[in-house]
Write a protein that binds this ligand. Structure first.
Ligand SMILES: [Zn+2]
Length: 196
């Protein structure tokens, strides 16, 4: 899920990258799609953001800072480079906020991990969508799965993905998208060189 979050920039390596997180509402939409927020949670946060636009802006800028730090950390890990101290601090700051809201909750006779989303005033905290992202990023960065993270081979794409194929042969973020485009490009190039 932290990779999906890093991928909220499209065409990162192209001339004109697309920013998908342009507002706090976009962050909530992403949280809905990623399965982090139930509809009523997202609606509650949206109402809260309307009452606290400053807080919503601040949360969005924290989200973007976290995303860029994660992108640099993951790219650095793929390239075998050592991690940048300020990126580590940025992640650890968010992680420490996140973990202070992590709880063991009981439902139907079983215990599981959950988040206490309410702040001191009992209202949902605007930054709560960032908590599971920080937690999942920390888990990925410290796990063996990190060795399976790749950057899409599609020209300009820049999306990262977890290659879970048995022989680690996956090259594109999504074969229906970048892979197809790449196959079409090669097909056209072959046609041009063969003159047909
Ligand atoms: Zn791609």
């Amino acid at each position: 899920m932290s990779l999906d979050f890093v991928n909220t920039v499209g065409w990162r390596l192209a001339e004109y990258p697309s920013e998908y997180l342009r507002s706090y509402g976009d962050l909530l939409d992403w949280g809905r799609e990623a399965g982090l927020l139930a509809l009523e949670e997202a609606e509650g946060l949206f109402r809260r953001a309307m009452l606290d636009p400053e807080g919503a802006r601040e949360t969005l800028s924290r989200a973007l800072a976290l995303r860029e730090a994660l992108h640099r950390m993951i790219s650095g890990a793929i390239a075998g480079e050592s991690q940048n101290e300020s990126d580590l601090s940025a992640l650890n700051r968010e992680l420490s906020i996140a973990l202070s809201h992590l709880r063991v909750v009981a439902a139907d006779g079983a215990c599981s991990w959950g988040w206490d989303r309410s702040g001191d005033d009992g209202e949902a905290r605007l930054d709560s969508p960032l908590w599971p992202v920080a937690q999942s990023a920390a888990e990925l960065l410290t796990s063996e799965r990190l060795g399976r993270v790749k950057v899409c081979a599609g020209k300009g794409c820049g999306w990262v993905f977890l290659d879970e194929s048995r022989n680690s042969s996956r090259r594109w973020c999504d074969s229906r998208d970048c892979g197809n485009r790449e196959r079409v490009r090669r097909h056209l190039a072959r046609k041009r060189t063969s003159g047909s």
